[in-house]
Every structure is written in structure tokens, then in C-alpha cells.
Design a protein around this ligand. Structure first.
Ligand code: FES
Length: 258
């Protein structure tokens, strides 16, 4: 997914040597997609405003300092973009290395389960090894010394339809944006900083007793399986699914039927 293109005025730029013409205001990521170039991403989607939180989609742009996130950078006429330079490839591997180091599963050797975009992206950017100590930070209630682990958060199983496991969360905020921008419920937010940052419902309370209406928008938006339907956890991903529109009211919410 890539952020939408809001204008009818056209601009032409070069991406990895290909000339691309797109509406002004289009993100570099979407322009690249138009040229058939898939830039790695974790937090951007087609349906939500990009916020550039995962830092995986970094690119180099001639004349521009640093390595901007392609999902939040708008195109400009004559812009020259490099999505596969040594610098950005190395940076992306570094970003993925940090995500993988703080993941409860060994994503580089365990079989793919189809639920975790972190694993998919680790392979996509060519990450082969992790130099950091595996982060059991969020997984064990106690450390090796028997002391309580202050970073441990038990999975929230209060909702009968889905479970939230903070250990799998990368705080990309896709769920928060789905709850706010798509559903308009505003039930989720981010609490804490650094390793302790996590998604919370309401006033850091169980999902079931919060303002969550169990619509499932957050579960559908989650790229890691941190928010996971209980049926998927029990019987696996469906062999096929269709996108349908709920006929209950006039809003027209779309959801995936399996
Ligand atoms: Fe651009 Fe996450 S996809 S920062």
C-alpha cells in the first residue's frame, strides 16, 4: 500500500533511472509503485495517511539532505530518487535488524507463518544475521535473575474475537490510525517510550472494557500479528477470502470475509 495522490497537476521525476509522471502531492513511494518499484515498508498503507514511523522506506534524493521516508515525501518536478543505493539498502537492513532483535521469534530461521510482515521485510531487505542480543524484553514475566521484568506485558485476551500481544508489536500505529481515521472510534493510543512503548486501549485497560467496538479495523491493519483474530490463531489463515461491504448501515465499511 502507498499513500494516495491528491492533485490533478502532473509532475515528472526520475526513480532509479525511470521517468515517472504522477499528480503533484503524490508520495515518492506511490510514484515508485507506479513505476513498478516496490519500496520496503511496514507502516504505510493504501488507506491511511502516512506518518513515517517505521523508517523502512528510506530513499536518497539528489540535492536533499539525509534519507527521507518515501511514504511521507511528496514528489517534485525533476526530482531524482534512488531507492536501491548502497546507503539505503544498508540503512534498511539496520532498521530491520533492530525490529528482529526485539522479536520473540527468531525470524531469520523460523518458518514464515504469513502473519508477520516483519519477517517478510527482513527477508526482502536481505537481513541474514542480527548482531544484537535477542530481545526477550517483552516476553518473559521474569528475568534470568528471577526479578520481575518491568517491560513484560501479558497478552490482552479480554476480547472474544481477537488477542493483542504487545511482544509482537512494533508500534507502527497502523491500528491506532485505523481506529481513528477509518472507524472514528479513537479507542487506541500509544503509551510509554522506547522499549516500553506499546498500544493501549482506553485508559490502559482491557480491550473489552475500553471504548473498542470490536469492529476489527485494527486487527486487519496490524502488520505483525500482534493484533490477531482468535480464529486465525486457532485454525490458521484462510485459504481464500473476499472483501465485502457491510450492509448494516449507510457508512459502507469494507471488511474481509473468510
Ligand atoms: Fe515509510 Fe514506514 S513505510 S516510514
Amino acid at each position: 500500500g502507498t499513500p494516495a495522490s491528491p492533485s490533478a497537476q502532473l509532475v515528472t521525476l526520475s526513480i532509479d533511472g525511470f521517468a515517472v509522471t504522477v499528480p503533484a502531492g503524490t508520495s515518492v513511494m506511490r510514484a515508485a509503485a507506479e513505476a513498478g518499484i516496490a519500496i520496503p515498508k511496514l507502516c504505510a498503507t493504501d488507506s491511511m495517511q502516512a506518518i513515517g514511523s517505521c523508517r523502512l522506506c528510506l530513499v536518497e534524493i539528489d540535492g536533499m539532505r539525509g534519507t527521507p521516508a518515501s511514504c511521507t515525501t511528496p514528489v517534485a518536478d525533476g526530482m531524482i530518487v534512488h531507492t536501491q543505493s548502497d546507503t539505503v539498502r544498508q540503512l534498511r537492513r539496520g532498521v530491520m535488524e533492530l525490529y528482529v532483535s526485539d522479536h520473540p521469534r527468531d525470524l531469520l530461521t523460523s518458518p514464515a507463518n504469513g502473519l508477520d510482515d516483519v519477517q517478510t521485510m527482513a527477508a526482502a531487505v536481505g537481513l541474514r544475521e542480527v548482531r544484537y542480543t535477542p530481545g526477550a524484553n517483552h516476553v518473559a514475566p521474569c528475568g534470568a535473575d528471577g526479578q520481575a521484568n518491568p517491560l513484560f506485558r501479558a497478552p490482552d485476551t479480554s476480547n472474544p474475537y481477537f488477542t493483542y500481544d504487545p511482544a509482537l508489536c512494533i508500534v507502527c500505529m497502523r491500528c491506532v490510525r485505523a481506529c481513528d481515521d477509518i472507524q472514528g472510534t479513537f479507542a487506541l493510543t500509544v503509551e510509554g517510550r522506547g522499549f516500553d512503548s506499546r498500544i493501549v486501549a482506553g485508559q490502559d485497560q482491557p480491550f473489552l472494557t475500553s471504548d473498542c467496538v470490536s469492529c476489527g479495523a485494527c486487527v486487519q491493519a496490524c502488520p505483525t500479528g500482534s493484533l490477531l483474530e482468535n480464529t486465525v490463531a486457532e485454525i490458521g489463515t484462510p485459504e481464500r477470502s473476499i472483501i465485502t461491504t457491510c450492509a448494516y448501515c449507510g457508512v459502507g465499511c469494507s471488511f474481509e470475509a473468510q
